[in-house]
Ligand binder design. Structure first.
Ligand code: OSB
Ligand code: MG
Length: 386
């Protein structure tokens, strides 16, 4: 594989209006925000990456401003001028930067795109080239859709129906105490056969075990992250009490965390978000662990723009990703997105993996500039020093 010399790293903060807000147990933000990374090689090629951060430390500890600081002041300076043989060399290069997984993942993603392009490969094939034979990427990925907490049961039912009519075959409902058993019962009554799962985003404690056990009657594919965002042990106490599989999201920040969770029996399924674990290199390690242990695996989402979505979709094309991923069609999120062409839901609740080199979608620079201007207007945190 061809090495690449990094000439420049450009950062842009963007804000995009969402077609539909996603209200979770920790609320909803009015705009989709992110830091878009543009990595430029000495040869003049461009790679794109996305840091999917919000303005508040709610899902994760990082925010737009922390990620900007870490990327601008620590990650980009370490990368500029370096000749990289493989993006898998980046974690070692960034070893002195602890935590800040979203920031590191976004920068790594830009280098993955850049190097796939330099080697004239679609990103999915470039990922597969870093795995043992037998992991050749598929050209289409099975996907589902994540539905936020609604104001009423009627609107929740209507929205599930709309998504089913659009062709989604796996529905994920956000839940929290007070928006759980009754809602899921109503949805199950209306739609007895759909593939249904729940995501609590850490809204419960072990003291709620009886409540959570009531959800077992609804034939759930899984319950995502019921307990604390930084817990593994209590999940291991809850899992044996439930029939439904626990899927871990927030709790798993590395391959090591997943080893611990697996050995403790804290969950049976993993939602792998490349941003949460610090990038695609760590994701490949987790992927191999799951493949070896035959653990059900899917790729999660953070309402990414087309840049992050294309990369995640390319990763989800790897064959040991065997459950529907949280990667929905463009029209679920943005109108328009900052990339073209849009992702479209196909027959069988699938999305096609872009066939071009790298992420395989084209960044629209005019829309990127517009989204940057929107962030400047929206930015709720004016700089302390200006
Ligand atoms: O918990 O999986 C989550 C979005 C933002 C932050 C956290 C989560 C989500 C989703 C949406 O559930 C998945 C997507 O469609 O991108
Ligand atoms: Mg989740």
């Amino acid at each position: 594989m061809k090495p690449v010399t990094i000439h420049d790293i450009k950062l842009r903060v963007v804000a995009l209006p969402l077609v539909e807000l996603l209200k979770t147990s920790f609320g909803a933000e009015p705009y989709k925000t992110a830091i878009i990374i543009e990595a430029v090689s000495e040869a003049g090629l461009t790679g794109w990456g996305e840091i999917p951060v919000k303005t508040k430390p709610s899902y994760g500890a990082e925010t737009v401003l922390t990620a900007l600081h870490i990327t601008r002041d620590f990650l980009a300076p370490r990368l500029k001028g370096q000749t990289i043989a493989s993006p898998t060399a980046l974690p070692a290069l960034f070893r002195s930067v602890r935590g800040n997984h979203h920031a590191r993942a976004g920068v790594e993603a830009a280098v993955w795109d850049l190097m796939a392009k330099a080697n004239e490969l679609p990103l999915a094939a470039y990922f597969a080239a870093h795995l043992p034979p037998g992991n050749e990427a598929r050209d289409s990925v099975s996907v589902g859709v994540s539905i936020g907490i609604q104001d009423s049961l009627e609107s929740q039912i209507a929205l599930v129906k709309k998504r089913l009519d659009e062709g989604y075959r796996r529905i994920k409902l956000k839940i929290e105490p007070g928006w759980d058993v009754d809602v899921v019962r109503a949805i199950r009554q209306q739609f007895p056969d759909i593939m249904l799962m729940l995501d609590a985003n850490s809204a419960y404690t072990l003291a709620d075990a009886e409540r959570l056990k009531e959800l077992d009657q609804f034939n759930l594919l899984m319950i995502e992250q019921p307990l604390a965002y930084d817990d593994i042990y209590e999940h291991s106490q809850l899992q044996p009490q439930l029939r439904a599989a626990i899927c871990l999201d927030e709790s798993i920040a590395s391959a090591h965390d997943w080893q611990v969770a697996r050995k403790l029996g804290a969950g049976k399924i993993l939602n792998l978000k490349p941003a949460r674990v610090g990038g695609f290199t760590e994701s490949l390690k987790i992927y191999q662990l799951c493949a070896e242990t035959r653990t059900p695996l899917w790729i999660g989402g953070m309402l990414e723009t087309g840049i992050g979505r294309a990369a995640n979709l390319s990763f989800a094309a790897l064959p040991a990703v065997n459950l529907p991923s949280d990667i929905s069609a463009t029209d679920r999120y943005f109108n328009p997105d900052i990339t073209e062409p849009p992702f479209v839901l196909e027959q069988g609740s699938c999305i096609k993996v872009p066939a071009g080199t790298g992420i395989g979608v084209e960044v629209q620079r005019d829309r990127l500039a517009e989204a940057e201007a929107r962030w400047r207007e929206f930015n709720p945190f004016a700089p302390l020093f200006s």
